[in-house]
Design a protein around this ligand. Structure first.
Ligand code: MF3
Ligand code: CO
Length: 284
């Protein structure tokens, strides 16, 4: 499911000189640029690609097997088994005290839904499954929405528009654009469709660690924020609410993020590589 942009694939052997001149030019203009460690080398990129391929295969495996009536704990077991069978580790597992291998977020759960043997997928649910993989020390991260049985037209529309928000964000993440352009494009699309954007969570650099700089905000102003430079790898993962943008975190588990008004929320997440000619989706 790897998409490639038109033109040459980015390889670090062809980046330094071609990119360096632009970096120096924008530096003179006082524009915020990524630190060098945010630009991947060839060896790093090879490892990140392998990790991302396993992550995509895992999402395909979930797409083929998710079904009404299963518990969210079963999804957790599928993720753990598939990932370890591929000599990889679920990045969620034991991350900052999280004890599961995946986040499964249903309906009004915005993100970080914790799998449970007592929670079952039911007819009409919209479900986000967010998976992250560590392979040979390299990290990848993506999520998809799943429709369970017959979903109301209102909720189908939310799932569709949130996907468009992600896709518009990715399309805007071009070399020498700004991160504020990405946030602005996402926010505009959500709001013109009558939805709100969750502001407490954002996309992030990913590859050498799970969550790296920069933050990739789902809201913003055009022409502001860090310059997007070839060699960066980051996620685009806007959370879109049908109703109001406010959220709260469930005190019982300290993880589950819910909409304050109880209306549904949807999210799609891609991890991309910025190339000299555009971008390449590494996993989604
Ligand atoms: N996968 C999430 C992301 O997209 C992070 C989940 S952290 C966890 O960034 F601990 F909740 F798993
Ligand atoms: Co992420």
């Amino acid at each position: 499911m790897k998409k490639e942009s038109k033109g040459a694939r980015f390889t670090p052997s062809n980046y330094p000189e071609a990119v360096e001149a632009n970096i120096q030019k924008y530096k003179r203009e006082g524009i915020r640029l990524p630190m060098r460690h945010m630009l991947r080398t060839g060896e790093q990129l090879a490892g990140i690609r392998e990790s991302a391929q396993i992550n995509t295969a895992l999402l395909e495996y979930i797409s083929a097997n998710i079904h009404e009536g299963m518990s969210t704990a079963e999804i957790d077991h599928m993720v753990y088994a598939f990932t370890t069978d591929h000599d990889a580790i679920p990045a969620d597992f034991l991350y900052e005290g999280y004890t599961k291998s995946v986040c499964v977020s249903i309906n009004d759960v915005v993100c970080h839904g914790v799998p449970s043997t007592k929670e079952f997928l039911k007819n009409g649910d919209i479900v986000n499954v967010d998976v992250s993989t560590i392979y040979k020390g390299y990290f990848s991260d993506a999520s998809r929405m799943y429709l369970i049985g017959e979903v109301s037209p209102e909720m189908q529309r939310l799932v569709q528009i949130s996907k468009e928000c992600r896709d518009i964000g990715v399309a805007t993440a071009q070399p020498w654009a700004r991160l504020g352009d990405v946030g602005a494009a996402i926010q505009e699309h959500a709001e013109k469709n009558g939805y709100s954007v969750v502001q407490e969570f954002c996309g992030h650099g990913v590859g050498l660690k799970f969550h790296e700089d920069p933050d990739v905000e789902p809201i913003g102003k055009r022409g502001t924020g860090m310059m997007i430079v070839p060699g960066m790898t980051f996620t685009v993962e806007p959370m879109i609410n049908m109703g109001r943008r406010e959220i709260f975190i469930d005190e019982a588990d300290g993880w589950t993020v819910c909409t304050d008004d109880g209306l549904p929320s949807a999210q799609w997440e891609s991890m991309i590589l910025i190339t000299e000619s555009g971008n390449e989706v590494l996993t989604e």
